[in-house]
Structures are given as C-alpha cells and as structure tokens.
Design a protein around this ligand. Structure first.
Ligand code: UDP
Ligand code: MG
Length: 359
C-alpha cells in the first residue's frame, strides 16, 4: 500500500516541476526516473517547441489535398517538429480517404467525429487531441494565409501566449450578412465585459497554457471567439486579408450565423435577462403616474366611458413585452438544460495515426 502512495507522490513531483528551477528538460526528469517510469514520453518531449496544427474539415476533399503539403512546407521552413490534426467533422464526401492518403507523406493525425458537430466542436475536439507545445488553428479552405504562420511562430517565440488573426475585409459575404455581423459585434461589446474584437476568429496560435485552460472549461455551449478572450493571456493581433475560398462553398448561412450569434450573446452576457427588470420598472412607474392622472381627472371632471383605445393599446403592448421576455427566459433555460444534460460536445469515432508514429 505504501509503495503505491510513493509512486503517486513521485509522479506528482515530476509532473509539477516544469521550468522554473530546471530549464534543462530531460536531465532532471531522468534522474528521478530511476525509481518510477517517466510520465508518458511522447514525440514532443524534445525541447524544440513543437507545433500541432488543427484543421477542422467538413466536406473539404479538394482543399485538404492542397493545404496539407503547403502547411507542412511552412512548418518545415520554421524548422519545427509538428503534427497536423485533421478533424473530420462528419464529412459526406471523400475527405477521409484523401486525408488517409496524405498520411503516407505527412505527419497527419485524423480525428473522425461520428457526425457533423459543427466547427466550434470540431476545434474543441482537436484541442483535446493536440500534443504540441503550441497549437495553430486554421480553416481547411485556404482562406487563412499560410505565409503568416512564420509571423505567428516568431511572436510566440517572443513570448506571446496567443497570436490571433484579425480579418481586415471580407469580400465573400453579402451586404446583409456583413451588416448584421457588425451589429452583432457592437451589441456584444456593449453587453459583455470580455472584449471580443470584430474580425478576430479561429485563425490562431495558442500556447500550451492557453490550450490547457480552454480544455479545462467545463461549459458545453462553446462560443470559441468569446472563450479565447475570456481565458486571457498575453495576446498579439496580426491583421490579415481573407483569401478566396478554395474549392466548395461556405458552410455558414444566415441561419447558422444567427444561431452562433445567440450562443455568443447568451453565453457571455446576462444583459438580455436583466434588461426586463428595467423595462418592468419603467412601465410600472409610468402606469402609476397615469393612474394618478386618471384619479385626478375623475375627481375634477367626473367619470366618462371613453378610453378603450388606451386600454387595448396598453394590453397589447404589455402582452407583447411579456411574451418577448418569456422567450428570452426560455433561451437561457434551454441553455441550462443543455448544460445539465451534460452530453459530450462531440464523439470521436476513430483516431487514425500515421503508421510511423504509433504512440
Ligand atoms: N467546418 C467544420 N464543420 C462545420 C462547418 C465548417 O469543421 O460544420 C470547417 C470547414 O471545413 C472549414 C472551416 O470550418 O475548414 C470554416 O468553414 P467555412 O469556410 O464554411 O466558413 P466561413 O469561412 O464561411 O466562415
Ligand atoms: Mg471559409
């Protein structure tokens, strides 16, 4: 019984002594490993600051073949060891087959989700799988300029824990989509205390610390853009121009974006709930004034029948407001229900690793 406790204590000690006292990785761990086996040695225990790249892919068969070689080239240029994680988000085309074929030439890990869970969840799945000392997230459709990765890595080496791309202009969206997104970000910045810059999306480099923080967030409804800035850390923006999409078309229509916007607001703000306290108070005080006015008028001029119009209008108005506020309550209760059910955000059907590195 005592020996087990000793092993546990040794494990604890070896895992909780990262850099401060002993910058030389490997050396200090090795001496302690005389008694206990080292804690899961992995491809990435070398001190080179390795990278994991997460590419969420939903029906991207043509793009995936193009982006993986380009990505590998960029990372070799930066002289890093890396792994490329393709998260197949329930594609119905031949994304998986093509990705599997790429494994012959590149260190590609394929995470096949059991169905389409949406981009946010695909990224979450990738983050939990990634092993690198930093993680880069990137769209599969070539809209995120790959040459910027050098800059990202440079900034990371300078000590930034998060580097995020800020899209300057977007030409592939309709007028209405563009303007509603502007409205959304304005609303969001009013309603929350977490600054969520417009145009800052999922094109990011996250240090291991940030990845661990994100992985430890228990919530299910994941508005990644908000969570990135909620976790904080030393961040640096990098402006970029969105490229034209490779093959295929965008998966986000107005409805999808609206749903995402509602998730964004409701998971980062209670303002929609609180606003009704104010509205209620205002209406009640106005109606008290109005009641006083009616009493006064009746005392002076006697009673009269007219007033049905006022009545109808106020009933309709109040009815409308009540239904609206109940709807908003429902929105939050629905989200509580989702969280309470505690279902996983995604299901991994299989993890396909390249043959050379089966860990
Ligand atoms: N994506 C995904 N699951 C989805 C929708 C999209 O993994 O349900 C991926 C998609 O393959 C791409 C990225 O998310 O790599 C961005 O998607 P898209 O280009 O459709 O969005 P947009 O660029 O219009 O925001
Ligand atoms: Mg795109």
């Amino acid at each position: 019984a005592g020996s087990l406790a000793a092993v546990a204590a040794a494990l604890e000690a070896s895992s909780s002594s990262p850099s401060p006292s002993s910058p030389a990785v490997g050396g200090s761990g090795g001496s302690r490993a005389g008694m206990t086996p080292p804690v899961t040695p992995s491809l990435f225990d070398e001190p080179t600051r390795s990278l994991s790249v997460i590419v969420p892919a939903f029906n991207e068969e043509e793009n995936i073949e193009v982006i993986i070689p380009l990505l590998a080239k960029q990372l070799q240029l930066a002289n890093r060891s890396f792994e490329l994680i393709i998260v197949d988000d329930g594609s119905t085309d031949r994304t998986i087959e093509r990705a599997t074929k790429l494994q012959a030439d590149y260190p590609v890990v394929i995470l096949r989700l059991s169905r389409n869970f949406g981009k946010e969840n695909a990224i979450t799945a990738g983050l939990e799988q990634a092993r690198g000392s930093a993680v880069i997230i990137l769209d599969a459709d070539l809209q995120h300029p790959l040459h910027l990765l050098q800059r990202y890595i440079e900034l990371w080496d300078e000590g930034y824990e998060m580097v995020y791309g800020v899209r300057q202009r977007r030409s592939d969206q309709s007028w209405i989509l563009r303007n509603s997104s502007r409205l959304f970000y304005r609303l969001l910045s009013k309603a929350t205390s977490v600054p969520i810059p417009r145009g800052a999306g999922d094109f990011r480099l996250l240090d291991r610390k940030v990845v661990d923080a994100l992985n430890n967030l228990p919530e299910r409804s994941r508005f990644m853009k908000g969570l990135y800035s909620w976790v904080g850390f030393k961040s640096h923006p990098v402006p970029f121009e969105s490229e034209r999409r490779g093959a295929g078309k965008s998966n986000f229509n107005f409805r999808g974006l609206f749903a995402l916007a509602v998730t964004g607001i409701t998971s980062f703000s209670n303002l929609p709930l609180r606003v009704w306290t104010g509205v209620g108070a205002l209406i009640s005080s106005l109606s008290i004034l109005y009641a006083l006015f009616i009493v006064g008028r009746t005392l002076i001029f006697g009673s009269s029948v007219p007033g049905w119009a006022t009545l109808t209008v106020s009933i309709l108005f109040l009815g409308g407001i009540q239904i609206l506020s109940i709807g908003i309550l429902g929105e939050y209760i629905g989200r509580i229900f989702e969280e309470v059910k505690g279902r996983p955000n995604y299901i991994v059907a299989e993890v396909l690793r390249p043959e050379s590195t089966d860990a």
